[in-house]
Design a protein around this ligand. Structure first.
Ligand SMILES: Nc1ncnc2c1ncn2[C@@H]1O[C@H](COP(=O)(O)OP(=O)(O)OP(=O)(O)O)[C@@H](O)[C@H]1O
Length: 513
C-alpha cells in the first residue's frame, strides 16, 4: 500500500508536466523538430497509460479500504452502544440508533477514505499548476488567483450551509427511519386500531421535512455550480484578453500563452475538484458528528470497575432506605426510602397497584439503574461492589413481556447461560417450565427457528421461564411471569413455584411479582 501510494504520488507529480509537454509537442511540430516531437509523444503516451493504471489501482484500494473502515466503524459504534447505561436507551430511539449504525457510518467512511485522498491529490495538482503558471507570467497568474479566491469565498459560505443541511438531513432521515420501524414493528396494533393512514401521515411528516431540506440543498448547490461555471469561463476570456495583449506587446510568446491557458484550465479544474471534495467532506462531517460523539461515549461505569466475585451467591437481599426516580423523569419519585429484607432461600411475593414501582424494584436489583439514595446489599455486600457480570449470571429473570431472539428454540433457552449445556439440560429446563410438550410438537422440535408469529404469548413466556431455570440461579425473579399464561399453564407454573418453595435440595431465593 505504501509502495502504491508512493508510485501514485510520483505519477501525480509527473502528470503536472503534461500541459507543458502538450504545448512543447505542438510547437515542436510547427518548428519541424521531429526528435522533440516524437519524444514528447512517447512521454505523453506513457503518462496516459501510467495515469490510467494508477487511477484504477488507487480507486480499487480505496474502495477496499472503505469497506474495511465501514466494518470497523460499525463494530466500534455497536460496541459503544451495547455497553451504555440503560437510561441511555430511555433517551435514544432505536430507529435513530440503527440509522447511525447504517447510513451515518457509511458517510463517515467517505471522510476518511475518498475525500481526504482526493483533496490531497487535487491540492498537489493545483499547487503544481500554480508554480508552473508563476514561471510563465505573474500578472496572468494573479488574474487566475483572483478568480480562485472568489471561488473559495463563495464556497466557504456554501460549505457552511451544506454542513448544516447535511446534519438536518441525517436527523430527519433517522426520525423517518424510527417512525417506520415502530409502525412496522407494531403493525398488528396499527391494523387492529385502523391507524394505517395516521402512521403514513406520521412517516410523511418526516419525509416532507427531509424533502424541504434536500430541495434547499439542491438549490444552494445549483447556485454554487452557476457561480463556478461563470467564473471558470471568465478565466478563459481573461486569459485570451490579457494574453492577447501580452503577445501584441511582445511580453509573452504564443507557446507561453498556450501553456498558460492549459495550466490555467488545470488550476481551475483542480480548484473545482478540491472545492467539491471539501464540500462533500463538510457534508460527511456534518452527518457524522453524532456518530463520532456516540463512538466516544465511555462504557457504563458498571463495566469499567472490576467488582468482587463471591465463592457462592447465597441470596440475602436488603434494600436500605432506597429512593429512586428515573433519569428521564426526575420530578416523579418512584421509590421513597424503601426498606426490604429478603433472606436467602425465601420465596416472597411483591404485590402492589399497577405503576406502584414493583418492576422498578427488580430493575434496581439487576442494577439496570442506580438508586438515587440508599443502598442495596446482596449477601451483606453493597451491590455496587460486586462484579456485575458475575451477579447477573447468578440471577434468573423472567420479565412481563418475554422477548425471544430470532434463533432456534434451543438457543433461546440456553441464551446467556454461563455453564456448558447439553441437549438433555435444555429439555430438562423446558419440562420444568411445561414447554417440552408444545416444543416437541413443532416441525423441527428444539431446532425450530423462532419468529414473531410462531408462538403464543404464553408459549414465549414458558420458554423464558425455561431459560431462567436452566441457569439454576441463586436468585430467581419472576416479574408477573404468569401474566401471559392460560389458566392451565398458570396452574403448572404455580406448581413450579410451590416445588421451588418446598425444594430443600436446590436452594434459591425467589421473588415473585
Ligand atoms: N424507563 C422508565 N423511564 C421513566 N419512567 C418509568 C420507566 N419505567 C417505568 N417508569 C415509571 O415508573 C413507575 C413505576 O413503574 P413500574 O413498571 O415499576 O410499575 P409496576 O408496579 O411494575 O407496574 P405494573 O404492575 O403495571 O407492571 C410508572 O409510573 C412508570 O411510568
Amino acid at each position: 500500500m505504501a509502495y502504491l501510494s508512493r508510485s501514485c504520488f510520483l505519477n501525480n507529480c509527473r502528470e503536472i508536466s503534461m500541459p507543458s509537454i502538450l504545448a512543447a509537442s505542438i510547437f515542436s511540430a510547427q518548428r519541424g523538430e521531429t526528435m522533440v516531437f516524437s519524444w514528447s509523444l512517447r512521454f505523453l503516451f506513457t503518462l496516459c497509460v501510467t495515469s490510467g493504471i494508477c487511477s484504477g489501482l488507487r480507486s480499487g484500494c480505496f474502495s477496499i479500504a472503505n469497506i474495511i473502515v465501514v466494518k470497523r466503524l460499525r463494530g466500534r459504534l455497536y460496541y459503544a452502544l451495547v455497553f451504555q447505561d440503560i437510561s441511555f436507551f430511555d433517551a435514544e430511539a432505536v430507529g435513530v440508533l440503527t440509522s447511525r449504525l447504517g447510513a451515518d457510518c457509511q458517510q463517515l467512511s467517505y471522510v476518511i477514505g475518498n475525500n481526504i485522498h482526493l483533496i490531497l491529490r487535487n491540492s498537489l495538482q493545483g499547487t503544481g499548476a500554480l508554480v508552473n503558471l508563476l514561471t510563465l507570467s505573474w500578472p496572468l497568474t494573479l488574474s487566475a488567483l483572483v478568480i480562485c479566491f472568489i471561488l473559495s469565498t463563495i464556497f466557504l459560505v456554501y460549505g457552511q450551509y451544506q454542513k448544516k443541511a447535511a446534519r438536518l438531513t441525517q436527523e430527519f432521515n433517522a426520525h423517518a427511519n424510527d417512525v417506520a420501524q415502530e409502525s412496522l414493528y407494531q403493525i398488528r396494533t396499527v391494523r387492529a386500531y385502523g391507524t394505517e393512514q395516521k402512521e403514513i401521515g406520521r412517516y410523511k411528516e418526516w419525509l416532507e421535512k427531509l424533502a424541504f431540506v434536500s430541495i434547499r440543498e439542491s438549490v444552494a448547490y445549483e447556485l454554487w455550480n452557476m457561480s463556478f461555471t461563470t467564473l471558470y469561463r471568465s478565466t478563459q476570456v481573461i486569459a485570451v484578453l490579457l494574453g492577447g495583449m501580452s503577445i501584441m506587446t511582445g511580453y509573452v510568446s504564443v507557446e507561453q500563452l498556450t501553456k498558460y491557458v492549459l495550466y490555467c484550465e488545470w488550476l481551475i479544474y483542480a480548484t473545482w475538484r478540491l472545492v467539491d471534495n471539501l464540500s462533500s467532506l463538510l457534508q460527511s462531517i456534518g452527518a457524522s458528528e453524532r456518530v463520532v460523539q456516540l463512538m466516544d461515549l465511555l462504557p457504563s461505569n458498571q463495566f469499567l470497575s472490576k467488582g468482587v466475585k463471591l465463592p457462592r451467591l447465597m441470596g440475602n437481599i436488603q434494600f436500605v432506605n432506597v429512593s429512586f426516580h428515573y433519569p428521564s423523569r426526575v420530578t416523579v419519585p418512584i421509590l421513597d426510602h424503601l426498606c426490604l429484607n429478603v433472606k436467602a432461600n425465601e420465596v416472597i411475593a411483591i404485590v402492589g397497584l399497577s405503576g406502584s414501582g414493583k418492576s422498578t424494584l427488580v430493575n434496581l436489583l439487576l442494577r439496570l439503574y442506580e438508586p438515587t439514595n440508599g443502598q442495596i446489599y446482596i449477601d451483606g455486600f453493597p451491590l455496587t461492589e460486586l462484579d456485575i457480570s458475575w451477579l447477573r449470571e447468578n440471577i434468573g429473570f423472567v420479565g412481563q413481556e418475554p422477548y425471544l431472539f430470532h434463533m432456534d428454540i434451543k438457543s433461546n433457552i440456553s441464551y446467556g447461560c454461563p455453564k456448558d449445556i447439553t441437549d438433555e439440560d435444555v429439555e430438562w429446563a423446558a419440562k420444568q417450565a411445561h414447554a417440552h410438550e408444545f416444543i416437541s410438537s413443532l416441525p423441527h422440535g428444539y431446532e425450530t427457528l423462532v419468529d414473531d408469529d410462531l408462538l403464543s404469548g404464553g408459549q414465549k413466556q414458558r420458554i423464558a421461564i425455561a431459560r431462567a431455570m436452566l441457569r439454576d440461579p441463586a436468585v430467581l425473579i419472576l416479574d408477573e411471569a404468569t401474566s401471559a399464561l392460560d389458566s392451565e399453564s398458570e396452574h403448572y407454573v404455580k406448581g413450579i413455584l410451590h416445588a421451588l418453595r418446598n425444594d430443600n435440595i436446590t436452594k434459591r431465593t425467589v421473588i415473585v411479582i
